[in-house]
Design a protein around this ligand. Structure first.
Ligand SMILES: C[S@@+](CC[C@H](N)C(=O)[O-])C[C@H]1O[C@@H](n2cnc3c(N)ncnc32)[C@H](O)[C@@H]1O
Length: 373
């Protein structure tokens, strides 16, 4: 709505980090100058959006009570309580009472950018600064970085993926391009032995198995029994329940290893162990393709990742425990040498694909006959 109350357009978004990023990009494109956001639901979902907007520098985030929204819906002669009618009602209310609302702190929703906790407006008393524990004077203009080294526990991960089932496939529209690229970069030969870590619902495992002939073989491993059962519906290959940090296979058992969106849900302390396991089970002339959510490289993907991190701090389980990683530096000082690297953005979701081989130190140990698993 412009300053005269003319409607500039409406947009329905999902109340998810992707939706928030989409809304912000859209609003910025429509209106370069002053913007004020009304969030009708001050419940947990509205708080997530509010935190996202604040982190993106949208300083004034205000909560409008449902009663006030209803009042302006009626004034707009809208009887239906649809999301779109509510959004228009809030816009009308801000237009009519903006100045008054700014001085009325009763309904305001302010968010502490450091901890994500909601604060009473009085605690901010007009300041946008954030208290940073440990700093000399206690205040800094920059919020502290959240602890992305930790994530959900193994038990939680097992529970999340056992419960998620085929819902996991909804992520395909963000991830399938990167996965396809990584599968191509594996350069599969029909007689190879291939290990997939984290089979999920089995889509890529089927593609791997199809690329092999009778001389070759694919093996799948996953922490979640539900995921293994789903994969079993389409693949008759060996599948085993296990953990990426302790692979139940002999050294140098595989020619290829494929691992997509698993490392990003491991705590930082487990990442070197997982990579060491990959180097161990690969043959010296083997190859591994890794895929992970990563930091954004475009405006939209940066916004997407900013929203993702906020949501991760708020509820890591709702994101399957995954947070962005930077794979390239992780492979420094491992026995894997990077041969190819690409960042692929699909619908704002950035994925890093890294292809590596066991480095010369590992390869120099000779090439024994293939181990049996
Ligand atoms: C985000 S899903 C990705 C699934 C699949 N690779 C894909 O790209 O769709 C993560 C998968 O890794 C599995 N997983 C999580 N932690 C694991 C661990 N420590 N060891 C092995 N698998 C694990 C989960 O059960 C789940 O199937």
């Amino acid at each position: 709505m412009d300053g005269e109350g003319r409607q500039l357009g409406t947009r329905t978004i999902a109340n998810t980090p992707e939706g928030w990023a989409e809304a912000l990009a859209w609003a910025r494109g429509k209106q370069q100058q002053h913007r004020r956001w009304g969030i009708e639901t001050g419940g947990s979902l509205g708080k997530g959006f509010a935190q996202f907007l604040l982190a993106q520098g949208e300083a004034a985030v205000r909560k409008v009570s449902p009663q006030r929204t209803a009042q302006y819906r009626r004034r707009g002669r809208t009887q239906d309580k649809t999301d779109q009618a509510d959004a228009l009602a809030i816009a009308r209310l801000l237009l009519a009472e903006g100045a008054h609302l700014l001085s009325d702190h009763r309904d305001n929703l302010l968010v502490d950018r450091c901890t994500g906790r909601l604060l009473r407006p009085a605690r901010f008393s007009g300041s946008q600064r954030t208290r940073v524990p440990g700093s000399a004077h206690g205040w800094s203009k920059r919020p502290a970085q959240p602890p992305f080294d930790t994530t959900i526990s193994r038990d939680e991960a097992r529970h999340v993926y056992n419960t998620l089932g085929t819902e996991l496939d909804r992520s395909a529209r963000y991830e399938e391009r990167a996965r396809r690229y990584a599968l191509g970069a594996l350069d599969l030969q029909p007689d190879q032995r291939v290990l997939q870590i984290g089979v999920g619902t089995g889509g890529e495992h089927l593609a791997l198995a199809r690329a092999l002939e009778s001389g070759g073989r694919s093996v799948g491993l996953d922490l979640s029994r539900t995921m293994l059962e789903l994969t079993r519906r389409t693949s008759d290959t060996p599948l085993c329940e296990g953990d990426v940090v302790a692979l139940p296979f002999a050294a140098r058992s595989f020619d290829r290893l494929f691992c997509a969106y698993v490392l990003d849900l491991l705590p930082a302390t487990d990442l070197p162990r997982a990579l060491a396991e990959f180097a161990r089970v690969l043959r010296p002339d083997g190859r591994v393709a890794l895929v992970s959510l990563t930091e954004g490289t475009t405006t939209v993907s940066r916004l997407f990742v900013a929203a993702w991190k906020l949501r991760f701090r708020w509820n890591a389980r709702s994101l399957g425990g995954c947070r962005p990683l930077q794979l390239l530096p992780l492979l420094d000082n491992t026995e894997l040498a990077v041969v190819q690297r690409e960042v692929i953005v699909q619908r704002g979701f950035p994925s890093e694909v890294v292809v590596a081989t066991p480095s010369r130190a590992a390869a120099g140990m000779g090439s024994p006959p293939r181990a049996q698993y």
